[in-house]
Design a binder for this molecule. Sequence first.
Ligand code: ADP
Ligand code: ADP
Ligand code: MG
Length: 472
Amino acid sequence: MFKKVLVANRGEIALRIIRACKELNIPTVAIHSEADAITLYVKKADESCLVGPGPVAGYLNIYRIVDLAKQRGADAIHPGYGFLAENAEFARACQENGITFIGPTPKAIAEMGDKIVARQMMKKAGIPVVPGIEHGISSANEAESIAKQIGYPVMLKASAGGGGRGLRLCRAPEDLKKNFEIARSEALKAFGRDDVYIEKYIESPRHIEFQILADHYGNIVHLGERDCSIQRRHQKLIEVAPSPFLDPDLRRRMGEVAVTAASTAGYTNAGTVEFLVDHNKDFYFLEMNTRVQVEHTITEEITGIDIVKEMIRIAAGEELSFTQDEVQISGSAIECRINAEDPRNNFLPTTGRITAYYSPGGFGVRIDGNVYRGYVVPPYYDSMLAKLTVWGRTWDEAVSRTARSLDEFVIRGVKTTIPFYRMIMRDEVFRRGEFNTHYIENRFDDLIYENKSERIDLVFTIAAAISAHSHR
Ligand code: ADP
Ligand code: ADP
Ligand code: MG
């Protein structure tokens, strides 16, 4: 097992990884910006070091992080999600310096991180992908002639996209003409690459993803699915497992395809195969995420498997200790991302000091967070403050327990998504499990009344530009 693990992340996921290391008796090194110096995960790590400059650049500084690991005697690095988690260059730098990257190989990260390459590979393996093309397009005219063949509406997508960014819906040729150059320049700014391609827009789909674990001995299992259809701006807000929409036959077939996808990618460690499922229950490969996901907690609750510990064990060269048949799904779990955002103002991120904090508890209630009373929500990072993950023996129990937990949850000083989630838990459509990716705009359009999407786009563009800049 590893002598010491450096955690190349911040916030709740850094704490999550430190907790797993503690249970495995592995000392940890946290890295932090000045803004994060006094936060919880830094206190809980055995050692910590400042990485700068500024609030964000340090978390993206590949060579500084690898150097720190060497200096501190860490023989492994866990990247968490976001930041460098899906950066093949970082995984390679670890490898070249004799440090184990707790994740897949640089090759798998690079291939699955490119949506066009991933589509090519999956198609070749006979896996159904969202209808569309498997090459980049270079002009608006080419885009239009392809869209004509596929049929409108279509989705213009950045091959290197992620985090819900780099996606544009086009319902008619005019949209495509208008969006093409914008999409390209946005992709370049945000991801450092401007290749865009086209997919058929699937109307009112479900987002269903399968959690994969693969060791270095060819064993691949899936831990069932998560339904992440409840989104705003193509980003997940609430996730549930299992999906109320899947029947046992579809679940079995999709699980098998997810395992085939992982084996096609030569995949090792933890990953997620994302699908869109249409109203006919036809499913299509969407993308593969080569990291631990925010919503891994719901899978842990229904399987009893600690995914982060499994990632560390796999990276250390251990064989998976269970087979597919031994994975037992029990009950239902729901995760709510408690974000510092104003749902009444198109989810505009909010900042400020938390003046009161009381987290819910009791049977089946889990909190993964990094905030407390007195914590100042900084403007530099993701707006997620905490994750509420609730388990129940049935879907109905999980919903009622989540509603009860949200009622107990007190965060004052900043606006959060808690009141909005309280409404969702009481919404009959949600309770019936009848949601697709348009759920929020369909059910709560009247609530999110002020259209500030341009302002939000600006916030994201600035954040992405900072991140792209510090990559260089
Ligand atoms: P990201 O890399 O940002 O996660 P994805 O390709 O996984 O991007 O898509 C994110 C979300 O955008 C999906 O969950 C879905 O809601 C929507 N989406 C993406 N592609 C399509 C499509 N072809 N048709 C309909 N919705 C889509
Ligand atoms: P998950 O499926 O794990 O919820 P998200 O798409 O919400 O994944 O992303 C998790 C975190 O990673 C978020 O902070 C998101 O902003 C960030 N992220 C994901 N992909 C990228 C990317 N390509 N570039 C920058 N940030 C990303
Ligand atoms: Mg995705």
